[in-house]
Structures are given as C-alpha cells and as structure tokens.
Ligand binder design. Structure first.
Ligand SMILES: NC(=O)c1ccc[n+]([C@@H]2O[C@H](COP(=O)([O-])OP(=O)(O)OC[C@H]3O[C@@H](n4cnc5c(N)ncnc54)[C@H](OP(=O)(O)O)[C@@H]3O)[C@@H](O)[C@H]2O)c1
Length: 342
C-alpha cells in the first residue's frame, strides 16, 4: 500500500503588520499513527478566518509566544479516514479544529470541539454558511442582537463571511438593513443579490453622513465585524434600547499598538443601550437549531451562501492575506486538492 504524504504549511515567522507567504514554510511529512482516543481526518475544505491572524500574531492563548514551527490551526470540514475514537468512524464528515495540512490527527476536543456534519449538507456550506461563520451570524442576530421586525440594523463587514449571512438573515426577519463594506462590487452584491436596503462604501463615502441620511431617526442595532471608526459613528446614532453586537475586530488584528477605543461610550448610557461581545463556539451545543433554521433557507435560495473559493492547500496563505486586504467577497474558503501518494 502506498505511503500517504502529508503536505503542510508551518509557521516560519510571526506576523508583523501584514500577512504573506513569507510567514509560512511549505513542507511534507508522513501521516501520523492513530492512538487510542484519536482519529485521523483528510481535510476537504478549510475555513479561512480573520481570527487565525489574531492567533498567529498573539499566540494562543493571547499573550503566549507566536507558534513558530507549528502548523497553522484552521477550522475545517474533513473526512474521517481512520479512527480509534468511540464517537467518530471512517467515512464520517466532521467540522472541527484541524490545520493547514492534508491529514490531521485529533481527539476532537479543543476550543471548537469536532461535530459530525449532518448527512446531505454540501461540504462548502458546512465550512461556511453552516460552519462557525454561519452560526456566529445566526446566533449574533437572534440571541445577541435580539432583533425585532421593523428595526434598523447596521452591519460592518457586511459582504464578508459572517456579514453576508447576518445581513441577509436580518432582512429575512423583517428588519431594515444597511450594510457597510469596502468596495463598489461588495455594495452592489449587498443591494442586488443579498437584498439589503442600502449599502455604504466606507472607502469612498462619508459613513456618518450617509447613516444620517439613510436613517435620520437613528439605528437600533449595530453588528460590528471589523471594529474601528464605524463603531463610534453607530454609537452616536443609537436609538433608545439600541444594541451593539461585538462580533469581530478585523481592523485591529494586525495593529502594531493598541488602537483608540470609542470616545462616546456615554451614548450607551443615554439610550439605555447594550453592547455585548460573544463567542460563536459557545453556541455550538445549539447548532441543530441554526441548521434547521438556515438549511431550508439555503436550499430555497432565499439565503445565499456567498463564497470566495481558492483551490489547493498551496493557496492557504493567500486566502488569509485576502481577508486583510478586503479582496474576499463573501466567505473565504479553501477547497483542498488531492494529496499525492508515494
Ligand atoms: N465572535 C466569534 O465567535 C467569531 C467567529 C467567527 C468570526 N469572528 C470575527 O468576525 C469577523 C468577520 O469574520 P469573517 O470570517 O466573516 O471575515 P470577513 O468579514 O469575510 O473578511 C474580513 C473583511 O474585513 C474587512 N477588513 C479587513 N481589514 C479591514 C480594516 N483594516 N478595516 C476595515 N475592514 C477591514 C474586509 O472587508 P471590507 O472590504 O468590507 O473592508 C474583509 O473582506 C472577524 O473579525 C472574525 O474574527 C468572530
């Protein structure tokens, strides 16, 4: 039987204000043996996430050394090929914490424990719209924002992975949705395809002025996926009982020094407002609820899974860089190519 080769990226040096292929090193190794309580997966789709930048930069947990020499962590959808674990069998499709490599050995535990993907779910959806990205959008809109029909919902990073799902869900639930995004193509997609009410290109337009024009009575919810100046602008326009959902801070993940926070937090007091951060992984035990709500919407085409797909493990660093340059439109995914046998 031929020996399986495990192609993998290793972290060559910590990220220093940018992400490029020079931060990583391409290697090959042999596939590890499976011990009791472990299973081996063949990675099929990698989810490329800005959070990876944060962990590569600061180490995991935050403050520890950047993990030079290690394989970069990645959420992935993978097929179990060998198992000595009681809950996972060969042929199972799982979502979990894997790595930038063809084969990952795991016990299924971690910050985002592995779970079996229900039968019939397309693997790209399992990695994106129904992966952690989709769960964050779903529970952020439902449980954290606690949206009500008729409310005004403003979202940053609106054409990104989380943003594209959250803005469509808010629209489906009867809210008025204004998306903030970084290019004409993204704004065009938001209005024409995702069906949001308006989109603001923050590179070319005065976001504060446009928010006031589009919503003179203020906003009820600000769903923030990027952090930075739009948070302050949204706080200034928050209506009584308004909510700010802190989902992500992509604009800060590569910052050399701490960035200034919003100077107008007093607005939260004045409107009896609420600002809340949340971790999608805490909602993993409720993923069936999100699957049951979103799968029919995806199947009917009412909810669109906007994906930006790179093909081949070699492209992984490029995928990460695209998130920071804003090149990705929709969820950045990487479809794995077939590993060689030798
Ligand atoms: N809370 C949780 O559990 C959880 C889970 C998953 C993800 N997240 C967070 O959610 C956020 C979105 O993740 P995603 O996977 O959906 O990524 P994404 O939004 O698809 O990709 C990143 C986008 O951020 C924008 N961006 C990048 N650098 C920026 C900068 N300096 N200033 C402003 N915008 C910038 C770009 O969009 P534009 O071109 O529009 O600027 C880029 O396309 C991330 O911060 C991530 O860490 C949180």
């Amino acid at each position: 039987m031929p020996t399986r080769v495990n192609r993998r990226w290793l972290i060559a040096k910590p990220l220093d204000g940018r992400v490029s292929e020079a931060n990583f090193r391409w290697t090959k190794s042999t596939v590890p043996r499976v011990a009791e309580g472990q299973f081996l997966v063949h990675n099929r789709w990698l989810s490329v996430d800005p959070t990876q930048v944060l962990l590569l930069r600061r180490g995991n947990p935050p403050g520890s050394a950047a993990p030079v020499g290690e394989v970069p962590w990645s959420l992935a959808v993978s097929e179990v090929v060998e198992s000595r674990h009681p809950s996972f069998s060969p042929g199972d499709i799982v979502h979990g914490e894997m790595a930038w490599e063809d084969y990952t050995l795991t016990d299924g535990t971690g910050f985002n424990p592995a779970f079996k993907v229900p039968d019939g779910v397309p693997l790209n959806w399992a990695a994106g719209a129904l992966g952690l990205t989709g769960l964050v959008a779903y529970f952020g809109v439902h449980d954290v924002a606690r949206t009500k029909p008729g409310e005004t919902f403003v979202i940053s990073g609106a054409a990104g992975g989380v943003g594209s799902i959250a803005s469509q869900l808010a629209k489906i639930y009867g809210l008025r949705v204004i998306g903030i995004a970084g290019s004409p193509a993204k704004c065009d997609w938001l209005v024409r395809e995702a069906g949001v009410d308006a989109a603001i290109n923050y590179h070319e337009e005065d976001v504060g002025k446009r928010l006031t024009e589009l919503s003179p009575e203020g906003i009820d919810i600000f769903f923030d996926t990027v952090g930075g100046p739009s948070l302050e602008l949204a706080l200034d326009r928050l209506r009584p009982g308004g909510r700010v959902v802190l989902c992500g801070m992509t604009s800060q993940y590569l910052a050399e020094s701490p960035l200034p926070g919003p100077a107008n937090l007093v607005q939260l007091i004045m409107v009896n407002g609420r600002m809340e951060g949340f971790l999608g992984r805490d909602f993993l035990p409720r993923r069936t609820e999100a699957f049951e709500a979103m799968l029919p919407l995806l199947r009917s085409g009412r909810l669109k899974s906007k994906e930006d797909v790179l093909v081949g493990l070699r492209e992984a660093p490029k995928g990460l860089a695209r998130l920071l340059s804003g090149e990705n439109v929709g969820k950045q995914l990487l479809q794995m190519d077939e590993p060689p046998e030798s």
